[in-house]
Every structure is written in structure tokens, then in C-alpha cells.
Design a protein around this ligand. Structure first.
Ligand code: FES
Length: 575
């Protein structure tokens, strides 16, 4: 093998000189024999396991099963930790750190002598962050996900992560659920390691990795504690060695066709609106031309096929037992590009060609979907020149067209202080407007877009209202919620100019979102507008880097200087 064609690991472990001595000798302190440095593929196992990320708590064991497969196929597995992002633990929001984890992954891969990588992620932001970082290096890459938790249980019935939390919380506020029951539900909701077992961002991204052919079939749905997930890990260990030997890189798999399939699957499964940001950011790393508008164009004809919370009734266990994502993709096949590449089966059709559906209540057909309208609506209008999104499958059809007067909150603190005030001038026709929660205004763009309804309306039995913000929403949440308004209010987007009592017109089927204020008045308000005091802006550290460089939501919230890739070239020696 010429020097040029040597694997990157051999540039470190091959030379019989001082540098080779250093690279090999210190590794031998881990008990590795001489012959594992003979040129075999070195596989990094990039692990986001952490006790502070309970959703990823099973990944230590999963890593061992990946290693078995790597050894068996003749590779050398080397596990390494990267930053972990626990959605339920990190403040102000795990999304603030998605790009930091992506940088960690990118530099860990490029700086170390690995030829391929298996990404072990799960909790919401870990999977997209790992894929963004890996995409900028472009080694052979596979995803093995943590897998969903077992179904939550409460008083003899199933309850879903997140989705039922929002419902129970509103029930307590409305006075219809005693606190004792609320705490009982807390104990029963999270019964095993694994990610949220609703179709939140974690299950969405695990399913999309599968749909794009960079994870094995059933990666998206097999429960975290199911032995089949260990088998997926084992087989992924074998496969990554094969991918290195054939030099099948991430960019060979993540083509435009793969993204298009992923977006259609996103609609069919009722996936998280956060996936819009993540897919845009991953595509940006790879130079794949993907635009916000594609999410609407590609999903306009895709109905909701999976009856799963938050858009439907069931949970991830039921989806897996019904046949998993292969059963869904088989139903969706007329709308998919069957020839898109896949790591395990050459084309993605191999994932679903022979699939079977075992429960037609959970996985429906194109002819009899759960809901005819799914996917992501991309809205345009004078309130959102850069676009805004809505997930119609989680919204109320009665609010798909709505005209109402704005009740404006300048920040999430302002909303919390006033939302339950008996004096708040609001009724069920009002549009709740939240400002200051976009990527720069509230660094990380927290999941507060599904703002709580006013208590006085809850007590009257109102269960949904049109809500509008530059924030995100948890993939487990539901409601008639318009999100990701761009440009955001903190940089003077039109959202910043909305005032109490302004009329807002939303027309979902026409994809319009407009403020009924004259252009002259808008211009006058814009001239008066002042950015919030810079005292609140982070002065230093990563958060400062974030606000200085984060892109708007319609561009995926990556950092401007991270778009694209730097490849996998091996850098100069260290000694
Ligand atoms: Fe981790 Fe939902 S909070 S997956």
C-alpha cells in the first residue's frame, strides 16, 4: 500500500520510528498486543454516555456490543467520550450546546488516528450534533441510537414522555388533577434507560438516521432495553469495518436523495419540528443544497401514517412491535426514492422491501392515514420574511385558519409573570405572541414555543390557542404553535414590532402569516425599535461565541464558520 493510500490510522501506527513508537506504546498500556497495529481498520466509537444524560445511560453497554462486531470483523475498536447533552438537565437549553458537541466530535475525529466511526447518541441534540461534526470530517460513519424507553405507566394506562407532562401540567393548573396524582405520574413515566418514547426529537432523529441509510433497520424504534438493539450494535460494528474497507464515506450516503427521503419520513411519522433545524445544519456541513422551503414542498402530499404521540395515540414500543420504521417506509414507498444509498443494503429499498406490518392501527396506509395533513408547513408573510414553521399534525384543525388579536409577551419571564393574571386581556380568539426567544435573543432558542394557556381560559375548558414565537418546541409537545419565526425579534425581525391588540391573520393551507399593520406603521415602529440592552448578552466564553456566530433558524442555527467541512486529512506530528 502506498503512503498516499494508507489508512489514516497507519500514518500514526505504521511508522517504525520515534513517532510510531509513541503512538503505539502508549496504546499498549491498555493491553493491546502488537498485531492490532498491523493496518487493520481502527474504529472510533464516539460515545455520549453520561449519568447527566439519562436517555443515553444504556450506551456504555451498547458500546461493548459494537466492539464485539468490530473485533469480529477484523477491526480495532477504540471508544472515546465526547460532551453529552441531557435535554432534561441542561440550562438554559441543550440546543445551546449542539454546535459545541459538533465541534467536539469533529475535532476528536480529525485529531485521532481513526478510520471510521460509530456514533452513539440518543437524547435530542446528541444525534444531530454528532452527525454535524462527523459530516465535516467525512469518514465512514454509522449511527447506533440509544433507543426509546419502555412505555410510561400511570394508573394502569400508558403515558408518553413529554406529551403527557404538558397535559398533566395544564390539568394541575386547571384544577382537574391533584398534585398527588401528578407526582405518581412522574414516578411511572420514565421506567428504563432510553430516550423519550413519544415521537420527540430523539426518536425522530434516530428514525431519520435509519431512513437515510446511515443506521441499520430498526435502529429508530427498537426499545433501549430490547436485546435486538444489542444485535443492531453488534452488526453495526461488523458493518463499519466493511465500510472502511470499501471507503464508503458519510457523504456517499447522505445525498440529496437521502435527505428527501428523510423529510418525507419525518412527515409520515409526525416527527419533531426540531428536525428541520438539524437536517438543514447537517446538509450544510455536507454541501447538500437543502432549503427550508424543501420541507414544505416535499411533505405537502405526505399524510400522517404513524399513530403516535404527540400527533396520535401510541408510543414507540407499539411502533416497533408493529414492524418499526421498515413497515412505515414500505407504506410510504410510492413517495420515496428507492435508489437512495444505504450502508447495509446498497439502496434504501433493501430496508423495507420485505417488511411486514403487524398492527395496522399503529402503522396506517396512504389510503387510510391517521391524518391527511402532516409534515412541516413553511409559512411566509410580513411577520416572517425568512419563514416560520408549523407542525400541522400536532395542531388543531379548527385553528388552521385564524384571525385574532395579539397578546404580546416580551420574554419568557414576562409570559410567566402575567399568563395567569386574571387581568390579562385575552380570550380564546387571541394570538399569544412571544418575543425574544430566537437563537440570539435567548441563546439556544429554547423549547418554550408551546407556551402555556392562560389559567382563566383553561378553567373554561379551552385546550388550544394559536401561539407564535421565534422559539422552538419540544418534539413531544403539541398544539397550534407557529415556531422558528425568522428573522428573530432580538435582531429586529418583524416579530419585534408586534404590539398588543394588533390583528394577526394565519392561513395554514395558504402558508401565510401576516400582521395587519400598514407598511408605514411598521416602518415607523422599526425606526423606533431598539435592541435589548447588551448587558444581558454573554460577555465571554462559548455563549459569546454562540451569539456572535449562530445563524438564523431558516439556516439551521449552525455557526457561520462551521458550515461546510475540512475533511479527514491527518495533521502534523505532535512531537
Ligand atoms: Fe432525552 Fe427526550 S429528554 S430523549
Amino acid at each position: 500500500m502506498s503512503e498516499k493510500k494508507q489508512r489514516r490510522s497507519q500514518l500514526s501506527y505504521g511508522p517504525r520510528n520515534k513517532d510510531g513508537f509513541i503512538h503505539r506504546s502508549w496504546m499498549k498500556s491498555e493491553g493491546l498486543p502488537d498485531d492490532v497495529f498491523d493496518g487493520r481498520p481502527v474504529i472510533g466509537i464516539c460515545n455520549t454516555w453520561s449519568e447527566l444524560t439519562p436517555c443515553n445511560a444504556g450506551l456504555r453497554e451498547i458500546a461493548d456490543h459494537v466492539k464485539r462486531g468490530v473485533w469480529e470483523a477484523g477491526g480495532l475498536p477504540l471508544e472515546f467520550p465526547v460532551m453529552s447533552l441531557g435535554e432534561t438537565q441542561m440550562r438554559p437549553t441543550a440546543m445551546l450546546f449542539r454546535n459545541l458537541l459538533a465541534m467536539d466530535v469533529e475535532e476528536s475525529l480529525r485529531g485521532n488516528p481513526v478510520d471510521g466511526v460509530v456514533l452513539l447518541g440518543g437524547c435530542d441534540k446528541t444525534t444531530p450534533a454528532q452527525l454535524m461534526g462527523a459530516a465535516s470530517v467525512d469518514l465512514p460513519t454509522l449511527v447506533v441510537s440509544a433507543g426509546p424507553m419502555l412505555n410510561g405507566k400511570y394508573r394502569g394506562r400508558n403515558i408518553g414522555s413529554g406529551t403527557d407532562v404538558w397535559k398533566f401540567s395544564e390539568a394541575v393548573r386547571a384544577g382537574s388533577m391533584p398534585l398527588r396524582d401528578f407526582l405518581a405520574a412522574e414516578r411511572g413515566m420514565s421506567r428504563s434507560p432510553g430516550t423519550c418514547m413519544t415521537m420527540g426529537s430523539a426518536s425522530t432523529m434516530a428514525c431519520l438516521a435509519e431512513a437515510m441509510g446511515i443506521a441499520l433497520p430498526y435502529n429508530g424504534t427498537a426499545p433501549a432495553v430490547d436485546a435486538r438493539r444489542r444485535v443492531i450494535a453488534h452488526e453495526s460494528g461488523r458493518l463499519i469495518v466493511d465500510l472502511v474497507q470499501r471507503d464508503v464515506r458519510l457523504s456517499h450516503l447522505l445525498t440529496r436523495a437521502a435527505f428527501e427521503n428523510a423529510i418525507r419520513v419525518l412527515a409520515a411519522i409526525g416527527g419533531s419540528s426540531n428536525a428541520v433545524l438539524h437536517l438543514l445544519a447537517i446538509a450544510g456541513r455536507l454541501g447538500v443544497a437543502l432549503r427550508l422551503q424543501d420541507f414544505d414542498d416535499l411533505t405537502a402530499t405526505v399524510p400522517l401514517l404513524v399513530d403516535l404521540q404527540p400527533s396520535g395515540r401510541f408510543l414507540m414500543e407499539e411502533l416497533h412491535y408493529a414492524g418499526g420504521l421498515p413497515a412505515v417506509m414500505q407504506q410510504l414507498a410510492p413517495l420515496l426514492d428507492a435508489g437512495a444509498p444505504a450502508a447495509a443494503t446498497t439502496t434504501i429499498e433493501g430496508h423495507y422491501r420485505d417488511a411486514e406490518c403487524f398492527d395496522s392501527d399503529v402503522v396506517r396506509t396512504l389510503a387510510e392515514p391517521v391524518k391527511p395533513v402532516a409534515g412541516i408547513w413553511v409559512l411566509r408573510g410580513n411577520l416572517c420574511p425568512g419563514g416560520a414553521v408549523m407542525k400541522p399534525s400536532a395542531a388543531s384543525a379548527a385553528l388552521f385558519r385564524h384571525r385574532g388579536r395579539a397578546v404580546v409577551f416580551a420574554s419568557i419571564e414576562d409570559l410567566r409573570a402575567r399568563i395567569d393574571s386574571p387581568d390579562l386581556a385575552v380570550d380564546e380568539h387571541s394570538v399569544l405572541v412571544l418575543q425574544g426567544c430566537g437563537p440570539r435573543g435567548y441563546p439556544g432558542m429554547p423549547e418554550v414555543g408551546n407556551m402555556p394557556l392562560p389559567r382563566k381560559l383553561l378553567e373554561r375548558g379551552i385546550s388550544d390557542m394559536l401561539r407564535l414565537s421565534d422559539a422552538r418546541m419540544s418534539g413531544t409537545a403539541f398544539g397550534s404553535v407557529i415556531l422558528h419565526v425568522a428573522p428573530e425579534s432580538a435582531i429586529g425581525g418583524p416579530l419585534a414590532l408586534v404590539r398588543d391588540g394588533d390583528e394577526i391573520v394565519f392561513d395554514g393551507p395558504a402558508r401565510r402569516l401576516d400582521l395587519l399593520v400598514s407598511p408605514e406603521e411598521m416602518a415607523a415602529r422599526a425606526a423606533q425599535w431598539q435592541a435589548a440592552s447588551t448587558d444581558a448578552a454573554p460577555a465571554r466564553g462559548y455563549a459569546r461565541l454562540y451569539v456572535d456566530h449562530v445563524l438564523q433558524a431558516d439556516q439551521g442555527c449552525d455557526f457561520d464558520f462551521l458550515v461546510g467541512g475540512s475533511g479527514s486529512a491527518v495533521a502534523r506530528e505532535s512531537h
